[in-house]
Design a protein around this ligand. Structure first.
Ligand code: NAD
Length: 415
């Protein structure tokens, strides 16, 4: 599925950004390989009585700032290189928003849409059984990612609690509210990205109501981002999901698009819009392009055709390293994933704190704390970028590297 090794991509980005970080080169070396990678096989008895074996992964990249933290992805294209990449990004993301976690990630190579609910539950339980020794409330805390959701996290909590013989809501975040999830978690990634975009727009004397948007991916992160931006007056001109894409010069109401997708299984064919090719989402004439689906979608093949002035990376690693250079040359700002989508892990952290306190916050409290974290993170990175005259991605990575390096040094690791 991917033409470039996503892990090579992230290593290239680290090497590039490290030049701007005030830290010892040895720590940078340690950040270029995960501390632990586990591959497991999970046999499941399917509804038809036959056994199928699925491959799963858990990668623990770095825990010098706190327990590993990162989602679980169910996708047919998931492989070890992808999970390693995403685990690495999590270490930097947690440092960017300054929460006391390191980076991890998990995944199973599976087309989960083809599994029944019963099969999905057994697959989740089998996976947790296999990675049980690695995870734990003070060790490694999973969360949802592509094609996993709150229900799956409830099964994760239950299976872990069952094996540990201890009620353990703090072993996983992104749980349903009825199972000690946090208010505001469902929309956290999108909301966090919007807080960051608002701050970025302020630097250009703009507001959301002044901008038009094209968005790729209309799942948890993408659809909520479209809805929040629409509510702030932004014009959503184009939307793509895995089945196709639509465009309207007048703008699309994302609530109507969601209802249409719910009814028909796709956003294609929405009344008042034009069907466009999936690839055409990248060359629409809009102010902000938001990749919110999978990685490596903006490559050398399409980076030259992008007409947006800004790319807001809600997806993880949607821009390849070489495409990033093309965008920089073309003066297209990229608000990097480790900042733009860090709202999800920030509210995951809030959920973990609430689970440990056994005391739950209101939605307004969660949103207020999230806004503070995201605004602070944006301003730190923006000021760093301005002072060194570098791109926001380099600034975000360099700042994260400095924070990880300081914590590593203080602990006496590597010196
Ligand atoms: P999701 O499973 O809810 O949605 C994924 C969306 O992508 C779906 O609409 C799907 O149709 C679409 N999609 C898949 N393949 C596509 C393709 N080839 N072309 C166009 N659209 C395609 O997943 P999500 O949770 O919304 O995650 C989306 C991205 O955001 C991922 O990169 C994920 O790692 C990142 N992210 C999510 C969160 C979160 O809290 N949900 C947090 C941080 C980062």
């Amino acid at each position: 599925m991917q033409s470039v090794d996503p892990f090579e991509n992230v290593i290239e980005q680290i090497d590039h950004a490290a030049k701007y970080a005030d830290c010892d080169n040895d720590i940078v070396k340690t950040l270029k390989s995960p501390q632990k990678s586990l591959i497991v096989s999970i046999p499941i008895e399917m509804d038809n009585g036959k056994v199928e074996v699925f491959e799963g992964y858990r990668v623990q990249h770095n825990n010098y700032r706190g327990p590993y933290k990162g989602g679980i992805r169910f996708h047919p294209g998931t492989n070890l290189a992808e999970v390693k990449t995403l685990a690495t990004l999590m270490t930097f993301k947690c440092a960017v928003v300054d929460i006391p976690f390191g980076g991890g990630k998990g995944g199973i190579t599976v087309d989960s849409k083809k599994l029944s609910e019963h099969e999905l539950k057994h697959l989740t339980q089998g996976y947790i059984d296999k990675i049980f020794d690695l995870i734990g409330p003070d060790k490694d805390i999973p969360a949802p990612d592509v094609y996993t959701n709150a229900q799956i996290m409830a099964w994760v909590m239950d299976e872990y609690s069952h094996i540990a013989r201890r009620h353990s809501p703090d072993v996983v975040t992104g749980k349903p509210l009825e199972n000690e999830g946090s208010l505001g978690r469902e929309t956290a990634t999108a909301q966090g990205a919007v807080y960051v975009l608002i701050e970025y727009l302020k630097t250009k004397n703009l507001e959301p109501k002044d901008i038009s948007i094209a968005i790729q991916g209309f799942g948890n992160a993408g659809s909520h981002a479209a809805e929040i931006l629409f509510s702030l007056g932004a014009k959503i001109c184009a939307i793509a999901d895995s089945k196709g894409a639509i465009f309207s010069q007048e703008g699309i109401d994302p609530h109507i698009a969601s209802a249409h997708k719910e009814k028909t299984g796709s956003i294609k064919g929405l009344k008042g819009t034009e069907n466009i090719s999936a690839e055409a989402i990248f060359n629409q004439k809009v102010d902000v392009l938001i990749p919110a689906a999978l990685e490596d979608v903006i490559t050398l093949k399409n980076a030259d055709k992008i007409k947006a002035k800004t790319v807001l990376e809600i997806a993880n690693a949607p821009v390849t390293a070489d495409a990033d250079r093309v965008l920089a040359r073309r003066k297209i700002d990229v608000i990097p994933d480790i900042l733009a989508n860090a709202g999800g892990v920030t509210v995951s952290y809030f959920e973990w704190v609430q689970n440990r306190e056994r005391y739950y916050w209101t939605e307004d409290e969660v949103k207020e704390k999230l806004e503070k974290k995201m605004t602070r993170a944006f301003l730190d990175i923006y000021e760093f970028a301005q002072s060194k005259k570098i791109a926001l991605r380099d600034a975000a990575l360099a700042l994260a590297i400095e924070r990880i390096a300081k914590s590593t040094k203080n602990r006496g690791i590597l010196n």
